[in-house]
Ligand binder design. Structure first.
Ligand SMILES: NC(=O)C1=CN([C@@H]2O[C@H](COP(=O)(O)OP(=O)(O)OC[C@H]3O[C@@H](n4cnc5c(N)ncnc54)[C@H](OP(=O)(O)O)[C@@H]3O)[C@@H](O)[C@H]2O)C=CC1
Ligand SMILES: CC(=O)N[C@@H](CCC(=O)OP(=O)(O)O)C(=O)O
Length: 346
């Protein structure tokens, strides 16, 4: 049994880690980190954990935590992990950072899109981008895993095989994505109040959203060249879930079977990626509460474009579930340990 510490356990991504790790046979949480609830019982912060979690919240002292656990999850705001990390910590403990601090290889790009100074650029190179289906072998050997973003996991997995196989022109990709409000975290913000979100839909971060360079970087590796995409996120009145609809120009004359074969080449053996049957399109409800990403596509011969769709639960495959999947790879556990979750419906 390994010991896990969660910094930011009282946020939405952290609390989902707490939920998932309750069912993990090989890991136990020994540190419930918090900034605002130190010394308070975790189950008083989240009453759904009443009589399940007895522990009290600890502080966010990552240095002390590194002495006591085998793995640290940082489910904290951008900049926190980078400001705490040092070599001594990395020699003692594996780190899975759920923030964006180590996702983008070019520090200038990170600083430009996040508007913060990177406090430990020396670790960016060695950090492994923890998109398990694509970087599995690298994750296994990592000390520091940069857990991908929620929109980015959904968008990249949806489009990746067709970029990799040269079926689409990557510079024509347009991604239109919708997210439930848990994606914005638990902190109080006017934009996320009930009356602002309920019965409403809005685009935000138009042409400026910080997930754009992350998607471009990863799809650029698949394309073998630098690419530029359009990415527009929308906030929709749901608790959880992301639906990404991506459009791109076709480079080849392809049939349904050709494209399906490209998806199967990369995902046929993947437990958590489900390429749906022909003409069945992903819905957030079909993945809610689970670590699945559902994907499908439709060729539009009239416009010579293809429409690709992906759905996931932002808190599971988009955050905590993928973080647990990464932990499983880091420690040689079954990749699906703690993640054999059947989607909820309705
Ligand atoms: N929500 C989502 O769907 C996803 C989130 N993420 C990433 O996960 C991370 C956490 O996001 P989320 O859970 O949504 O955010 P929340 O706002 O819900 O939670 C933030 C957590 O970090 C703690 N915290 C806040 N400020 C600080 C600080 N200055 N120092 C240390 N701890 C602090 C909070 O502690 P306390 O509550 O005790 O004050 C809380 O536990 C972010 O980097 C986010 O980008 C990634 C993918 C998806
Ligand atoms: C709805 C909403 O606000 N979503 C967040 C993205 C989710 C998230 O936490 O971003 P990371 O995956 O990069 O950590 C946003 O747009 O900033």
């Amino acid at each position: 049994m390994i010991k896990a510490g969660i910094i930011g356990s009282t946020g939405y991504a952290g609390s989902e880690l707490v939920r998932l790790l309750q069912g993990h046979k090989e890991a136990e949480i020994t540190w419930y980190g918090s900034r605002s609830y130190i010394d308070k019982k975790y189950s008083e912060v989240y009453q759904n954990m009443f009589q399940i979690v007895d522990d009290v919240c600890m502080d966010d002292n990552m240095e002390a935590l590194a002495e006591q656990v085998d793995v640290i999850f940082t489910a904290t705001p951008q900049g926190f992990c980078a400001s705490m990390l040092n070599e001594k910590m990395l020699e003692k403990v594996k780190i899975v950072d759920l923030s964006a601090d180590f996702r983008i290889k070019d520090v200038a790009t990170y600083e430009e899109w996040y508007k913060i100074e990177h406090k430990s650029p020396q670790f960016i190179e060695e950090a492994v981008y923890g998109l398990c289906e694509i970087n599995r072998e690298k994750v296994k050997k990592a000390r520091l895993v940069a857990n991908p973003g929620c929109y980015t996991t959904c968008s990249i997995l949806t489009v990746y095989p067709l970029v990799k196989e040269g079926i689409i022109d990557p510079n024509t990709i347009i991604i239109d994505a919708k997210s439930g409000t848990s994606g914005a975290g638990r902190g109080a913000k006017v934009d996320n109040l009930f009356c602002e979100v309920n019965e409403n839909m809005k685009a935000y971060g138009v042409a400026t959203h910080r997930h754009t360079p992350e998607i471009e970087e990863q799809l650029g590796y698949a394309a073998g060249e630098e690419i530029k995409i359009n990415f527009t996120p929308h906030l929709v009145p749901m608790n959880r879930g992301i639906l990404a609809t991506a459009y791109a120009g076709l480079k080849k004359d392809v049939s349904y079977e050709d494209v399906k074969a490209a998806y199967d080449k990369y995902y046929a053996g993947e437990k958590f990626v489900r390429v749906l049957d022909k003409d069945i399109y992903p819905q957030t409800k079909w993945v809610e509460g689970s670590n699945y990403v559902d994907i499908n596509f439709k060729i539009d011969a009239r416009t010579n474009r293809i429409i690709m769709m992906g759905a996931l639960d932002n808190l599971v495959k988009g955050a905590a579930g993928q973080a647990v999947q990464n932990m499983n790879l880091l420690f040689g556990f079954e990749e699906w340990e703690g993640l054999d979750l059947v989607p909820m419906f309705p």
